[in-house]
Design a protein around this ligand. Sequence first.
Ligand SMILES: Nc1nc2c(ncn2[C@@H]2O[C@H](COP(=O)(O)OP(=O)(O)O)[C@@H](O)[C@H]2O)c(=O)[nH]1
Ligand SMILES: [Mg+2]
Length: 211
Amino acid sequence: MQKLLKENDELAQDNRAFFKEKGILCVNVMGAPGSGKTTLIMALTDELKKRGLESMVLEGDLYSSLDAEAFEQKKVPAVQINTCGECHLDAAVIREGAEKLALRRGVLFIENVGNLICPAEFDLGEHVKLLASSVPEGDDKPFKYVPMFSYIDLVALTKYDLKEAVGFDRENFEKGLRALSEASLFETAIRNGKDRGRGVELIADFLIKSF
Ligand SMILES: Nc1nc2c(ncn2[C@@H]2O[C@H](COP(=O)(O)OP(=O)(O)O)[C@@H](O)[C@H]2O)c(=O)[nH]1
Ligand SMILES: [Mg+2]
């Protein structure tokens, strides 16, 4: 396992330099299945477009190509990576997928496989690690998924519109997060493609500053 991770880390460093050279900011979007990763990436691609920045997407999924098709429909270039049962993506499949995209200056979003455990171990060569943590998953998640919450740069607290309905205790969530990480934290509430808070704009600001 250590040998595998070492090889992956070397490839990831190479990916990071490759993306930078092409003027690409690479964002690894992680989170549980259904946490709102695709919805958030879609809203961010719209927001970045308003500011003159193109987006590209690498879609990781065990089997289907539904999410990649949804991006293609929006005219956002996307490549599907099916892991066929693997619970995470690695640097080698990212490089293979990226080379199938018509790469240009902009933001490359990687939607990782829905999982709060395995993706935290695999550097993909991204510049920003973004975690979508949805309010219905509960405010105790930072206490339980310590490697993931230690690893990330940015947390999107998604489905914030459901806060009252599910009795989410934001103070407790922040207590758990702050014990592990100084990651930036933004709330998002996106229903029917509409953001009802400022979260998506603030995340786009963060990404632009990370270039
Ligand atoms: N109420 C609410 N629903 C959301 C929000 N974001 C995503 N959803 C819904 O949650 C479900 C899963 O979202 P999706 O983006 O596919 O999650 P993924 O599996 O992490 O990519 C979909 O039915 C979305 O419409 C949100 O901010 N608020
Ligand atoms: Mg998805």
